[in-house]
Design a protein around this ligand. Structure first.
Ligand SMILES: Cc1cc2nc3c(=O)[nH]c(=O)nc-3n(C[C@H](O)[C@H](O)[C@H](O)COP(=O)(O)O)c2cc1C
Length: 156
């Protein structure tokens, strides 16, 4: 029997669209074909360093606020960074971002912090910019499925 692997999904949403993205990512990650991956979902305000230490891979989702990740996501990384430093190197991660008109500041601010943890981005970030388009949620679902399937297959 294959060893079980752990996937953490941490997100924050104020007005609900990043929440819809997170729901789609979780749907993909919990696809019925994927049997050996445990998926843990946390709001960024409640997520802890222990959640990140538990994970074999993780997916972070945030809106872009004021050209940066949301304050809640920053608060999670503030609390997790030092307890995880040197203990999560090489773990795979991916991002999904919701933005009114840009999104690059949210992505780059997370990249900058995660560079210090020596984790590796294994998929391009999924961005939904501008008018919220439900059809883009398929990309989020695919992201969750790809990361979970990759974990199960031992690619990540
Ligand atoms: C306080 C605040 C600041 C924002 N700053 C930006 C920004 O810098 N760049 C951008 O593209 N969108 C910005 N937006 C738009 C949000 O990214 C957008 O409304 C997003 O859908 C919020 O996600 P949510 O529905 O999950 O809360 C901002 C929204 C708020 C409320």
């Amino acid at each position: 029997m294959a060893a079980r692997r752990n996937l953490l999904i941490v997100f924050h949403s104020q007005s609900g669209s990043t929440q819809s993205m997170a729901d789609a990512v979780v749907r993909g990650a919990r696809h019925s074909d994927i049997e050996d991956v445990d998926v843990r979902v946390r709001d960024a305000l409640g997520a802890t360093a222990d959640d990140l230490l538990w994970a074999d891979a993780f997916i972070l989702g945030t809106p872009e606020n004021f050209g940066y990740m949301s304050g809640a996501m920053k608060y999670f990384l503030d609390r997790a960074y030092y307890p995880c430093e040197g203990k999560v190197s090489g773990k795979a991660y991916a991002l999904f971002v919701r933005a009114g008109n840009d999104g690059s500041g949210a992505v780059s601010s997370i990249h900058r912090i995660l560079t210090g943890l020596a984790v590796k981005q294994v998929q391009e970030p999924v961005l939904i910019v501008g008018e919220f388009d439900e059809s883009s949620l398929a990309e989020c679902e695919a992201l969750g499925m790809i990361i979970a399937a990759g974990l199960e297959a031992g690619i990540y």
